[in-house]
Design a protein around this ligand. Structure first.
Ligand code: PLP
Length: 355
């Protein structure tokens, strides 16, 4: 039993759509895709009249290098959101299968499950927002096909130890695919769970250029998984998921000079996070600052609704996460520029008398 055997039988048997780009590329005269022979009059790049490569070879190679895997272990999509959706559709039978999540966590796992008609098994984090690996294993019934673990977790910022991930993957081998979402791992001083891929064929890792690489608008996310899982998901992916403009933006961001600049920015965000964690903790309105390995801090205040409204009135939008389990009166605040962060500190400091 390998991880791909856990997928829906009809997806494994599916005859996928075969696009012109998949069937043939190269050739000096391309008359196989009903494209315009001329670039659009408005198109200064001169390249957009052609359909893009479904999985651009150079981008896949650069991402494989960046994430320390082989190209066959890479699927590039429109953000990691697309990979989450593809995984749920490929692995969960509507009305029968389930995904396991560990709330409070990123909302897309449950939303994609519900769209697919899969059940959601929730194993809450402990009171201090740690993952209970034993409880995850115990609650992973035969129906659970996917286990989503988010590290650093959104919105708490906490990490899951590599040993816990390995323990869960080992316990669920042949039963479920364990998906570790590392959207924020660049801001954490820990290695990627991709280092464990060689040991567990039922492990997958989600990475994205949206956060640390500042390309949220380009929508480039990557799934790292066993080559068989990647090949399976390619069968259900739309024919041309990545736009040429976005692929070029991603390639530019992965050039050595850009990567060096990104590293410096990550270090600056981490410095600001540590400064803000100290400063927020000193404010009377703030009851707690959750330990964060990401590019945000989640703080518990006395009255989240009021603080949210007051910040908004001053032009600062933060995320009210207080409806999520265990996060009453919590706000998630992204780390911005130093000037943005100082503005938030000033506004929160104004609560001295009220608190
Ligand atoms: C932001 C975020 C993503 C979304 O990433 P995209 O690549 O932009 O789709 C995925 N997972 C988590 C936990 C996030 O916070």
């Amino acid at each position: 039993m390998t991880a791909v055997d856990l997928a829906r039988a009809e997806i494994r048997a599916l005859q996928p759509y075969s696009s012109a780009r998949m069937e043939a590329s190269g050739g000096a005269i391309a008359l196989n895709a009903n494209e315009s022979p001329w670039p659009a009059p408005s198109d200064s790049s001169g390249a957009l009249n052609r359909y893009p490569d479904p999985q651009p070879v150079e981008l896949v190679a650069r991402l494989a290098g960046l994430y320390g895997v082989t190209p066959a272990q890479i699927l590039v999509g429109r953000g990691s959101d697309e990979a989450i959706d593809l995984l749920v559709r490929a692995f969960c039978r509507a009305g029968e299968d389930a995904v396991l999540i560990a709330p409070p966590t990123f909302g897309m796992y449950a939303v994609c499950a519900r769209i697919q008609g899969a059940q959601v098994v929730a194993v809450q984090l402990t009171a201090d927002f740690e993952l209970d690996a034993g409880a995850v294993i115990a609650r992973a019934t035969d129906r659970v096909k996917l286990v989503f673990l988010c590290s650093p977790n959104n919105p708490t910022g906490g990490l899951i130890a590599a040993a816990a991930i390995a323990r869960i993957a080992a316990a669920l081998a042949g039963r479920a695919l364990v998906v570790v979402d590392e959207a924020y791992v660049e801001f954490a001083a820990v290695p990627s769970a991709a280092a464990l891929l060689g040991r567990f064929d039922n492990l997958a890792v989600l990475r994205t250029l949206s956060k640390a690489h500042a390309l949220a608008g380009a929508r480039i996310g990557t799934l790292l998984a066993a080559p068989e899982v990647i090949a399976l998901l390619r069968r259900i992916m739309p024919p041309y998921p990545l736009s040429t403009l976005c692929v070029n933006a991603a390639l530019a961001a992965l050039a050595p000079t850009a990567l060096a600049a990104t590293s410096a920015r990550i270090a600056a965000i981490v410095d600001e996070r540590e400064r803000l964690a100290r400063e927020y903790a000193r404010l009377p309105q703030v009851r707690a600052v959750l330990a964060s390995a990401a590019n945000f801090l989640t703080v518990r205040v006395h009255d989240a609704a009021k603080v949210y409204r007051d910040l908004l009135a001053a032009g600062v939008v933060v995320r009210d996460v207080s409806r999520q389990c265990g996060l009453a009166n919590c706000l998630r605040i992204s780390i911005g520029t130093q000037a943005h962060n100082d503005r938030v500190l000033d506004l929160l400091a104004a609560y001295v008398e009220a608190a």
